[in-house]
Design a protein around this ligand. Sequence first.
Ligand code: SF4
Length: 361
Amino acid sequence: MTSIPVLLADVMGGHRLTQQEATRLLEARGRDVLRTVSAADEMRERKVGDTVTYVRNQNLHVTNICKNLCGFCGFGRKATDEGAYCHDKAGIQAQARLAHERKVTEICLLSGVHPAFTLDTFVDLIHWVHEAASGVHVHAFSPDEVAHAAKRGDISTTEVIARLREEGLGTIQGTAAEILVDSIREVICPRKVPTADWVRIIKEAHNLGLRSTATIMYGSYETPADQAEHLGLLRVIQDETGGFTELVTLPYVHTNTPIYQQGIARAGPTGRGDLLMLAVSRLFLDNFTNIQVAWGKVGLKMTQLALLSGANDLAGTMFTDDVTGDAGASGSDYLDPEEMDRIVTDLGRKLRQRTTLYELL
Ligand code: SF4
């Protein structure tokens, strides 16, 4: 079997990693971890140079009432549960106005999949946000939400996507992907769309001119081979459509989530797991330009190490994130660009503000 140093030399020479090889790298131990991280850092430098980007954005919470009640989530609730909420127009627009005052360029809708929501609800949300925060880019709705709206309206998912685009949606969320392996989805998110539907809907969005993020939620129940299979699917989609703006790596935050409390899932990824996920993503996803670290989930010091492991994007200022907070993380609400600049400059790199579509501002 090829040693990891030889495999890394092959990748740096232009070899496209197979899923089996990606699995081996995700399983690296000892100095092979640092070798993999170092190769990814060099690959990052070749591809995007020393610029580290962020977007000035704000999460806007719509509802935590959710039909899915995924086992890895501490945010979603039944309508009758304590703490369940669903904001009305006034509540949504108050958050959007605040975001506008904070000069954000992107508003990201963060929401459960409310069983009563329809396509018209989604259209209302887009309009309400634009009314209160004109000119802002609305980043919203996962393939699972698109599937839900299509089912409720007895229309196709392409009709849903086309209407959302017409009504002002800027980009679609590549969330609800979690791990795109059905045997894992059956355990961690059995009510979400199966893998084939997620892939079909995201491709439909790309083909209709709506770009999206790609995400991976790792460190709960899946194996390194499952992670590699997930990355493999993303790479195939990107080869076909070129519609992904970036990979967002989302470590599982375990504390207040059912599958951890039931002893099914492990306690999230380790630091080694976080760095290898970023590094292998950078090396395996040769058709992605941007690899993003989720500072709200890994903490600021690990975020800085992530920037040495293949990542080039710090996501957004956020201002609020109840999804991560409810799952048990702290310090996940707001990151001041001055603080971003401190960790970026400390590495000898340069921080730049970007738009959702990675235009530098
Ligand atoms: S992860 Fe999303 S879809 Fe699943 S329960 Fe939480 S809010 Fe609902």
